[in-house]
Write a protein of this length. Sequence first.
Length: 103
Amino acid sequence: MMIALIVRLTAKPGKPDELEQALVTLARDSREESGCETFVALREVHAPERFVLFEQWSDESAFAAHQSGAAVRHVRGLLPDLVQGDPNVSQLETLSHPVSQHE
């Protein structure tokens, strides 16, 4: 079963650009991991201090490996200085998949 996550984070005052860099790096590194189907970092247009991560993993073991990997450990170490409160994490079950142009 494919695993999906939506993670919402709010940057501390003066920290949005630093948080953006950390999340862009996390997204890039995560996309190289085995089992990563999608990993996108997003920033709200009208609230630039708010960020969203959207991730999809091929299965629970790929997601677990990601959670214990170096990229996640590094960003978790940065979060106390960059983020207000705790990230809001929603773990979801993927019910349908995007249709590609080739289907």
